[in-house]
Design a protein around this ligand. Sequence first.
Ligand SMILES: Nc1nc2c(ncn2[C@@H]2O[C@H](COP(=O)(O)OP(=O)(O)OP(=O)(O)O)[C@@H](O)[C@H]2O)c(=O)[nH]1
Ligand SMILES: [Mg+2]
Length: 349
Amino acid sequence: MLVDEAEITVRAGKGGDGIVSFRHEKYVPKGGPDGGDGGDGGNVVMQAANNIHTLSDYARIKKFAAEDGVNGGKQKRRGKSGQDLILKVPVGTVIFDLETKRKIADLNSEGKKIVIAHGGKGGLGNVHFASPTHQTPTEFKPGEEGEERKLRLVLELIADVGIIGLPNAGKSTLLSVISSARPKIADYPFTTLEPVLGAVQYHDKKFIACDIPGLIEGASEGKGLGHKFLKHILRTRILVHLIDATSPDPQKDYQTVRKELEKFAPSLALKKEIVVLTKIDLVNLAKDYNHHPISKDSNKDKTAHKQKETPTTPDKVGELPKRFKYDLAISAATNKNIKALLDKIVQNL
Ligand SMILES: Nc1nc2c(ncn2[C@@H]2O[C@H](COP(=O)(O)OP(=O)(O)OP(=O)(O)O)[C@@H](O)[C@H]2O)c(=O)[nH]1
Ligand SMILES: [Mg+2]
């Protein structure tokens, strides 16, 4: 399961205490102060790493602490500093302070890191408190406590293209056709239970597409599965909105999903969208449907237009919707217009 949220507590190391000590050397019975300083406590650092894919490590263990600094020693020896604790998280992890709800960091690229809790400073040994009039100081400073924070981690996957649509629209099938990803595909709704990323190589362009579980009315408020995963398309640059061409009401299907996008996050609704009718191998291609190409002069639109003249065959289940506006009509089953779709995606990236 893709664990994409976790709540954890992190504690940085406490600084070591400074100590009180006096020199005891042969023939120097009353040596001066020589109590050393404590070492600093270790920081807690969070770092994005490509080889970590989920937050599952943080769902099981909830508390993480960096090493404390060691107390100072005699002969002005400074205690060893505590080691930093480096917590590796998937690229795309957003860190929030659980108490203030404020966003602390967005670890959106490989290697990006942040000190999330600072180690306490080591305390001063009594050697620092000596003066000509105060030669046997017994003062020292204890080490400072390390910072402790409660955090909420949210993974927002990094993808360029989000594939969205109602359950069973054919999203996973499309991803499996354009990338090497092999998401589960089946003829029933909610086959996909968690987002799947696929790397697409098309000519010299490379991009990441994300297939999310189907969206239904109320998804943004928690119905179905989609809402949990809408966050994973927040970072995409383009949405490919799939509409099942065999649907009795494509316009309604389209609006249902659009409404959920708008409710979930206005930024989602503002993203570029390519509206794609799919499964057109299953329908007759009506001559008078309202086709709205994005650009009139590109090749794929010619291909799309050609389709309108495809002769009807007896086993088709219905006709293409007449008044529904879309950019492209494809079939992931026969590969019809898949290249045209990839061209359109690449143009818009
Ligand atoms: N004939 C035909 N069938 C398709 C096409 N695309 C998808 N299908 C079929 O439609 C059904 C649903 O496909 P999926 O890719 O699982 O749909 P999905 O949108 O990922 O569904 P959820 O994950 O449940 O939301 C499967 O039986 C697919 O084989 C297509 O272009 N033509
Ligand atoms: Mg699916």
